[in-house]
Design a protein around this ligand. Sequence first.
Ligand code: KIV
Ligand code: ZN
Length: 527
Amino acid sequence: MHPTSSQAAPDRVVIFDTTLRDGEQSPGASMNLDQKLQVARALADLGVDVIEAGFAAASPGDLEAIRGVSRQVEGPIIASLSRCSRGDIAASWEALRDAPRRRCHVFLATSPIHRDFKLKMAKDEIVRRAVEGVKLAREKFEDVEFSAEDSARTELDFLVEVVERAIEAGATTVNIPDTVGYALPSTYAETIRHLRRHVRGIEKAVISVHCHNDLGLAVANSLAGVLEGARQVECTINGIGERAGNASLEEVVMACRTRADVLGIATGVRTDRLYPTSRLVSQVTGLHVQRNKAIVGQNAFAHEAGIHQHGMLTNRETYEIMRPEEVGFARSSLVLGKHSGRHALKERLVALGYQLEDGAIDRVFADFKALADKKKDIYDADIEALLVHGQILGKGLVAWTLDALSTTSGTGTLPVASVALRTAAGERLQEVAAGDGPVDAAFKAIEQATGIRVKLRDYQVVSISTGEDAQGEVSLEVEHPTGVYRGRALSTDIVEGSARAFLDVVNRIALRAAPVESEARAEMGTP
Ligand code: KIV
Ligand code: ZN
């Protein structure tokens, strides 16, 4: 596992995607099983080497999702995170036993602050537990990764000891996380270099980098590690993850491709799937990609200044270091209309990264036809919205549905909303409330009807696609004693869309899908 010079054939770096595990830890980004399966299929299609599908011991939902991915998604190695404990490793085994290619990823924190305050363990205890964890995992798994959590703030000599002992115990990959995004490229490079020089047996394992983005350096630090010989990069689509996120997969991959002259590294990623995969993840998590985000942002290939446009017309390379087609960036997304058939829709879905069963395609096709009656041009964004807001990816069980909504408002009148909800058992609940405006009044009426009260943190309405008949997507984020939740809805009527988005959030709270997991993670001290 040695780096090559820029002249030699490029070394292959393993792309370890953790969108479904670390990425899902972004506040409010939790995904349901169908959504995870869709993302995992898209990742396999993208050509990542490893998919970390979750943390099996964190919740029954996580275990089921890992099991589902490992049974249904072919190609990549499927990994499950575990603490260094028999119970966690057993849960990972339960989740992965049917996987054709599987990995157990055990972790334990090594830095002084984690040792003293979180784990309350001395150094020798940490070494003992790390060795025990790796050995336990090796009883079931041939492929075992060990992560020394908060490596970047761990004393180098102690890190050498832990990593060496983990390899002796059978770890096949050793991961060096910068858990809190504290490192600089120079310090992180120094850590990897030091490990390569001082850990006995280091050549028996793949060195992996896992960088968080608190200082905006996750990708730079990951590449610094690669230049020092790391041969696995852990990253997420769109860089989503805890706090400021993880290293962004698309940036790492395109840096390797565009600057192969310096890095001498290749990945197995089909780069023309990057943009569709980014859109898919953004849709299912509700985490919008900033317009100026490298590689996959809407402006990533836009040239505004006249002088740039002129240069581009003469020779694209004057201002373009990558071609949009290389990353699958669609310049025009006008796709279908009223007369388009099922086959055309299916093809477009596949191009967008959605691989659906025939029954699901039939349902999307029915929704598509209904939309095409109301809307002349159907864009990619409309199709994505149909999936996310329809029954395919979006909604599972719901506690309440919206039966009726009416509002009155105007200058000099008190805005009032009347809302009727239907419970899963069929009961009709009606409430009337006043508010600062019709949207606020509708939220209050829903709170009264459901008894769930929240604090609104963010509220946005965006027009998806273009044209006068464009639909508006309402997304909101709320705070509840059990956690932070996001909800979304689509409508041509903003007030109705807002009420539906609010109900979406309230349903999520009622069904407690997300916070149970995040609470469990917090209790367990998951990174
Ligand atoms: O950030 C971190 O330390 C992690 C490890 C579990 C790999 O996510
Ligand atoms: Zn992490």
